[in-house]
Write a protein of this length. Structure first.
Length: 456
C-alpha cells in the first residue's frame, strides 16, 4: 500500500467549469476559485462532504442547457419553453385543458422551428446530440480475503471517502448492508459484498456519466494494488458486465411534443408501456417501454424530473445548507429544461454470459436505438384537438389504447404521410457510446499504465 499523502487533483471538467463561469456571480466565482478545485463533483445526497455548485452541475448537467442569449434560435427555444411552462401551470390549476390552451405552444412558427431542429439533429447526431453511459455494473467472485484487501486499499487512499450505501430492497436482500467509496473530485463507487452463504459474490456499480475518467482509473488501480498482478488478471478476465445504460439527449423540444415510438416487441407481442412523473390527466411525464425486471427503455422528460427533484430535495430531510445550495442553483441556473433523455437499461447477464465479459464490453448490443421512430411536430397541424390532448397526456407510444377506433385510424393516416417520418441516423450515437465503453475497457484491463495519463 502507498503512504497516505496529499495530492492535487487533475482538472477533468473544463467544460463544466466554463459553464459555471458563464452563470455564477463574480463574488461566488472568486470563492470557487479560492476554495474549490475545478474538478469538484460530488453527489449532493446528505453526507459529510463539502458541496459546491460545480458538483451539482456535474451530477445534474442533463437538466440544464444554455446557449448564446443573442442567438435567434436560442430565443426561439426560450419562447417555446416559456409556452410549455405556461401550459403546465395551466394544467395544474384547471381540471381539464381546453383546446385553445395549446395554441401558443403549437403555433405554426414553433412547429416549423422544431421540425427543422430535429431534422438537423437526427441527420447529424455527432454534432447535435449528446450521448453517454449512466449506470454501469459488473459482478465477480473472489475469496473473502481478497475482498478485505480491496476494502483496505480503498479506505486508505487519500482521495477516497468510505460511507454506508443505502440501496434498494433487491440489492439489500442479496448483499445486505454495503459500502460506497466517494471521490472528493467526483464519482461514487458502490461495492456490494455477499460475505455469508456465497462463494465470494461481489458487485461494483457506478455512474460513468458522473465520474471523471481519472477517478475510475484510480478506483480500479486500488483493486490492482490490493490483488497484485496475477490475481487482478484473474479478476478482470472472469468478471461479468451485468448492466450498462446507454443514453442520448434531444434538446430543445418538450417531451409531449416529441412524437416518438418504438418497433420493439417482446417475442412478437407488444411491450409494456407506462407513464410516470407527469401531471395527471393532462401532461406526459416520462415513459417506460418494456419489462422493468429485464432490459427496457425509459424516455425521460428532464423538466418533469427536475421539478420532482426540486420538491424532493427542498422538502426532504436535507440539512439547511444543502437546501440553500439547491435553492440558489435552481434560481441562478434555471436556463432551459426542454430536454428529452432516451435511455436503454441493458441487463447484459440476461443475454448470455459470453456477451458480458470485459473483453466484449465495448460492443453495444441490444440498445434498440435502431428501432426508434420519430415523426415531425408538423403532424400536430393535422391532428384533431381531442387527439392532441391525448398525445400530450400519454405520449405517442402510449396513446393508441386511449383513443377510439376512429381516432386511431385518423392518427395512423396522418403518420403514414412520408413527409412526417423523420430520418434518424442512430449509428453515430452508438459509435460515440462504444468509444466511451472502449476507454473504460482499457482502464479496467490496465489501470496501472493509465493512472497518470487518462483524460476525459
Amino acid at each position: 500500500m502507498k503512504s497516505k499523502d496529499k495530492r492535487s487533483g487533475i482538472t477533468d471538467n473544463t467544460d463544466i467549469y466554463n459553464l459555471i463561469n458563464t452563470h455564477l456571480s463574480s463574488n461566488y466565482k472568486e470563492s470557487l476559485d479560492q476554495h474549490i478545485p475545478t474538478d469538484k463533483i460530488l453527489d449532493p445526497a446528505s453526507s459529510k462532504f463539502t458541496r459546491s455548485r460545480a458538483s451539482l452541475l456535474n451530477k445534474y448537467h442533463n437538466y440544464f442547457w444554455t446557449e448564446d442569449e443573442h442567438c435567434e434560435n436560442w430565443k426561439r427555444v426560450l419562447s417555446i419553453f416559456d409556452d410549455y411552462r405556461h401550459l403546465r401551470e395551466t394544467a395544474l390549476i384547471q381540471s381539464k385543458l381546453k383546446s385553445n390552451d395549446f395554441d401558443n405552444l403549437l403555433s405554426e412558427d414553433n412547429l416549423m422551428f422544431l421540425h427543422q431542429m430535429l431534422t438537423t439533429s437526427f441527420v447529424d447526431p455527432a454534432n447535435h446530440i449528446e450521448s453517454g453511459i449512466d449506470d454501469f455494473e459488473m459482478t465477480f467472485r473472489i475469496p473473502i480475503d481478497w475482498q478485505d484487501n480491496i476494502v483496505r486499499e480503498l479506505s486508505y487512499h487519500p482521495e477516497i471517502k468510505e460511507a454506508n450505501h443505502y440501496t434498494n430492497k433487491g440489492y439489500l436482500k442479496r448483499y445486505g448492508r454495503v459500502k460506497e467509496y466517494r471521490f472528493s473530485t467526483g464519482g461514487t463507487f458502490v461495492f456490494h459484498r455477499m460475505k455469508h452463504g456465497s462463494k465470494g459474490d461481489c458487485l461494483i456499480s457506478f455512474r460513468l456519466s458522473e465520474t471523471p475518467r481519472r477517478n475510475i482509473c484510480i478506483f480500479f488501480n486500488c483493486i490492482y494494488e490490493a490483488l497484485g498482478n496475477s490475481h487482478y488478471s484473474e479478476f478482470q478476465t472472469t468478471a461479468t458486465i451485468t448492466r450498462k445504460d446507454p443514453y442520448f439527449l434531444i434538446k430543445g423540444i418538450p417531451l409531449p411534443m416529441l412524437l416518438v415510438d418504438t418497433r420493439s416487441h417482446n417475442k412478437g407481442k407488444p411491450i409494456k408501456r407506462q407513464v410516470f412523473e407527469g401531471i395527471k390527466g393532462a401532461i406526459l411525464g416520462s415513459s417506460y417501454w418494456g419489462d422493468r425486471q429485464a432490459s427496457h427503455t425509459i424516455v425521460y422528460c428532464m423538466y418533469a424530473k427536475l421539478l420532482h427533484l426540486q420538491e424532493k430535495l427542498m422538502n426532504g430531510n436535507k440539512p439547511t445548507k444543502v437546501k440553500k445550495l439547491f435553492s440558489k442553483l435552481f434560481a441562478e441556473l434555471s436556463s432551459v429544461h426542454c430536454i428529452t433523455k432516451i435511455e436503454r437499461r441493458i441487463n447484459t447477464h440476461q443475454q448470455g454470459s459470453k456477451y458480458g465479459l470485459i473483453k466484449d464490453m465495448h460492443n453495444l448490443r441490444w440498445h434498440t436505438f435502431n428501432k426508434l421512430e420519430f415523426y415531425s411536430p408538423l403532424a400536430f397541424n393535422e391532428l384533431s384537438p381531442s387527439i392532441v390532448k391525448k398525445v400530450f397526456q400519454y405520449g405517442l407510444s402510449n396513446v393508441r389504447k386511449e383513443l377510439t377506433v376512429k381516432q386511431v385510424a385518423s392518427l395512423d393516416l396522418v403518420l403514414s404521410n412520408p413527409d412526417y417520418k423523420l430520418y434518424f441516423n442512430h449509428q453515430p450515437i452508438v459509435y460515440a457510446i462504444e468509444m466511451k465503453l472502449a476507454k473504460l475497457q482499457r482502464i479496467i484491463q490496465n489501470p496501472v499504465m493509465l493512472t497518470s495519463t487518462i483524460k476525459v
